[in-house]
Design a protein around this ligand. Sequence first.
Ligand code: ACO
Length: 348
Amino acid sequence: MAQHSSFLEVAWLLIRGELPSQEELDGFRDEVTYHTMLHEDYGRFIGALPKNAHPMPVSAAAVGALATFYQEPETAEHVQRSIVRLIAKMPTIAAQSFKHSIGQPAIYPRNDLPYCSNFLHMMFATPCEEFEVDPVVARAVDLLLILHADHEQNCSTSTVRMVGSSMANLFASISSGISALWGELHGGANQRVIEMLEQIRTEEGSADVFLQKAKDRGDTTRLMGFGHRVYKNYDPRAAILKKECRTIIERLGGSSELLDIAMRLEEIALGDSYFIERNLYPNVDFYSGVIFKAIGFPTNMFTVLFTLGRLPGWIAQWCEMRADPSFRIARPRQVYTGATKRSYPKKR
Ligand code: ACO
């Protein structure tokens, strides 16, 4: 699908379970396009948050706030509309929170642009001059979103299901998923990978030193972007992204220094018994940040880009759970192994 599909086509497949016909895809694109605008009051909502806020909690808050703008009963028809609204408005929310953080005016969506080009335009255009979206860059973002679209019961997806299982609405459930994704052991790893590569770049020759620390059990440092609970071999998404890194850097004419460091780290790690014995390989986050960085996304937006990609997966999982006839509220059991009877402190 990374090779042959568009992100919206993948979104339809995940949510509906079948690939769309051309007519269905065109209809879906049109619907998404016409729901990209945010309620004008969003400007005030996002504007009230601190400028230096990380865009992940801003996105989580803004998606949660959709539930306040669209207080409709949860009929099948309204759920379908909420799905379209989420997919349509998420890029606008992401771009608007970025613009707020740098003190620039929000850029309205443009209905003449495809999904990813529209997002790039809202991110990087200003009202002062024309901004042309490079179609190669737009395709790279589309590819990145496809590769992030779903990955079964990871931390954020399970969170979406858990919250949705109480009959919380779709916006509230997705907002919780965004919060879960933010953590550095999950989606937040893509930001941490670039910070790690930049640290290694400034401290010359430190790739080996860094790996020593990552291997030291007394040290909490980890090789970010490596390891996965499910993949005990090379993450196929990382393989596609590694190839795409070179194409994008060559296209944009940027420095390949961070990519070179990442490849060097991978080479050393894959030949090291510590990583071999534990089946630790690059995951999706290891190379994605290099591409985001080359395109010009600020580092703290990387996990928001992951959010854009994961959205259809979360939605599909939420819908699947709700449609299951044996659906019940999630309720993990807990076995208490602590102390039993305790007395109040004496002077009470
Ligand atoms: N660097 C160094 N050592 C590692 C790493 C790493 N990146 N990942 C795992 N290990 C080691 C652990 O220390 C442990 O060693 P031990 O057996 O000597 O105690 C062993 O490998 C197993 O690790 P666990 O933490 O038990 O593996 P788990 O499946 O719980 O964790 C996780 C998976 C969280 C992804 C982990 O590999 C990690 O922290 N990676 C770095 C963060 C990262 O890249 N996260 C993104 C994952 S992909 C995603 O969520 C989109």
